[in-house]
Structures are given as structure tokens and as C-alpha cells.
Design a protein around this ligand. Structure first.
Ligand SMILES: Nc1nc2c([nH]c(=O)n2[C@H]2C[C@H](O)[C@@H](COP(=O)(O)OP(=O)(O)OP(=O)(O)O)O2)c(=O)[nH]1
Length: 144
């Protein structure tokens, strides 16, 4: 008996963070996608046979220009996109060096403190990842 093919789109990304050069407080990286005019975490679809964490770090490099050191895995998001179920795995990752160049896919990146990042994210589903990152950094949650 054959099992139905799993059509879930597999994707991965990071909650990319750094210490503010000015204050030492954590800042989170959001990307702006002109296609949707939205603010989201750097992430994208996995290539065939690619490990999720490798894909998450590749997407971070492609979308933000940052090399990052991965930390703990955060929660996985599931939603429907273009009529298909989609699964996005996320990791905390600390940026170690960045050189952003705008592309057609990502035209801006922003480094925001946790409360501002939470407010700026377009998708409500993306917001709990802010507090998950703060938890793994052992910092207090944001309000709201
Ligand atoms: N980023 C994000 N987008 C979502 C969520 N829920 C949801 O319906 N969407 C919408 C936004 C878009 O209209 C649609 C597809 O966006 P997407 O970011 O998943 O897909 P994409 O193929 O354009 O991008 P990517 O996976 O290559 O990064 O899904 C969510 O929780 N996070």
C-alpha cells in the first residue's frame, strides 16, 4: 500500500541577534521583502537534501549578508502558503560578521531591540519567537 506523498514545503530560518555596538543590549535582525512589503525573520525553503540548520544559515547569509553562530532550536512554525502546508524550523543565531547588500528579494534589514522587533513583525505568528530568543539568552520577556 502506498502512503500519500507529503507535500509540506520545508523551510528554515533564524532569529538572528547581536549585541548593540552602542549599548551591549541584544538587537534582532528583521528583513524587509518588497514582494510582500512585510517584515519577517530571515528564512527560506530548503534545497533538496539540505539539512534544516544548514539551510537556515544559508538563508541568513543570502538575505542579511551575515555569518552566524547557531544556538538552540526555537519553535517550528506551520501554516499554509500558496495552498500548501508549510513547515519552518527556526534557530537562535548570533551574528558574527555582516555585510548587507540589497537585492530584489530583501531590500532592507533592521536591527531592533526586542520590543521594537516584536512590534515591527508583520505576521502575528512570528512574534512569539522574540520571547523565545530572550528566554534562551536568559533575558526578561517583552511586554505585550
Ligand atoms: N513569514 C511568515 N509568513 C506567513 C506566516 N503565515 C502566513 O500566512 N504567512 C504568509 C505570508 C505570505 O503571504 C505567504 C508566503 O510567505 P512565505 O514567507 O512563507 O513564503 P515565500 O515562498 O515567499 O518565502 P520563503 O519561504 O522562500 O522565505 O505566507 C508566518 O507565520 N510567517
Amino acid at each position: 500500500m502506498s502512503t500519500p506523498k507529503d507535500t509540506t514545503v520545508q523551510a528554515a530560518g533564524c532569529v538572528l541577534w547581536r549585541r548593540s555596538p552602542a549599548t551591549g543590549e541584544p538587537e534582532l535582525c528583521l528583513i524587509h521583502r518588497p514582494k510582500y512589503d512585510d517584515w519577517s525573520w530571515p528564512k527560506g525553503k530548503l534545497k533538496r537534501g539540505e539539512e534544516a540548520l544548514a539551510g537556515a544559515l544559508r538563508e541568513v547569509a543570502e538575505e542579511t549578508g551575515c555569518r552566524a553562530v547557531p544556538g538552540p532550536e526555537l519553535s517550528t512554525q506551520r501554516y499554509r502558503a500558496n495552498g500548501r502546508p508549510k513547515k519552518v524550523r527556526y534557530w537562535a543565531a548570533e551574528a558574527v560578521s555582516c555585510a548587507f547588500s540589497p537585492t530584489d528579494e530583501v531590500d532592507r534589514v533592521l536591527w531592533l531591540n526586542p520590543a521594537a522587533a516584536r512590534d515591527r513583525l508583520t505576521q502575528a505568528h512570528d512574534r512569539p519567537l522574540v520571547d523565545e530568543l530572550l528566554a534562551v539568552l536568559h533575558l526578561p520577556r517583552t511586554a505585550g
